[in-house]
Design a protein. Structure first.
Length: 57
């Protein structure tokens, strides 16, 4: 993905997961997400780092 920042919907598509699951993971701080107003966003670089850390577990 070539975007620097993704929406929850884009992250769900990228991870092939349900959008509500990704939303819950963001709320629980299990994904590196942040809010702008009422909208969640995820930096692509942070998501890739999170994936690499999960692969080590």
């Amino acid at each position: 993905m070539d975007k620097e920042v993704m929406t929850i919907s884009q992250v769900a598509d990228y991870l092939q997961m349900n959008e509500m699951t990704v939303y819950k993971l963001a709320q629980e701080r299990k994904l590196p997400a942040f809010k702008i107003g009422s909208h969640w966003r995820v930096k692509t670089e942070d998501l890739h780092e999170c994936i690499e850390e999960l692969k080590k577990q």
